[in-house]
Design a protein around this ligand. Sequence first.
Ligand code: HEC
Length: 123
Amino acid sequence: MKKIFQILMLITVGLFMNSCYYDAYPEYEEVDNGGGGGTGGVEISYATNIVPLWNSCVGCHNANRAPDLRAGNSYNALVPQYVTAGNANGSPLYVKLADGHQNLATEKLALIKTWINQGAKNN
Ligand code: HEC
């Protein structure tokens, strides 16, 4: 009986430590398919999650400089010219931002990466 208790404790501790291990990763990292694995199955929405990121860009990226990131224009300005659906590392937008353009925060970069790798949908 005591042994069973010990085994249960080990399993519990193991599960607990495992969950901490996963929590240590940033939420939106390492998603490379439509499954949304690294986001826990959460699909990034272009309108909700991505468009607000362009607020800091429209001062420069408007009718005068491509890509035109103003609301209502940004999706068509980005896809397909600057974004290759399903391939963040092959997308000029992601490459440019990952290269330090405007020092975008890591979480925001990760969001953009995930959105592209989930198919760059206009959702
Ligand atoms: C202070 C002005 C400014 C801001 C703000 C700015 N950019 Fe830029 N961006 C530029 C300039 C100037 C260029 C062209 C020179 C270069 O490539 O760095 C450029 C180039 C780019 C390019 C490459 C364009 C091409 O045709 O090759 C992309 C993509 C881009 N910016 C995206 C963004 C995004 C996304 C944001 C917001 C997170 C942003 N930029 C914010 C000034 C800005």
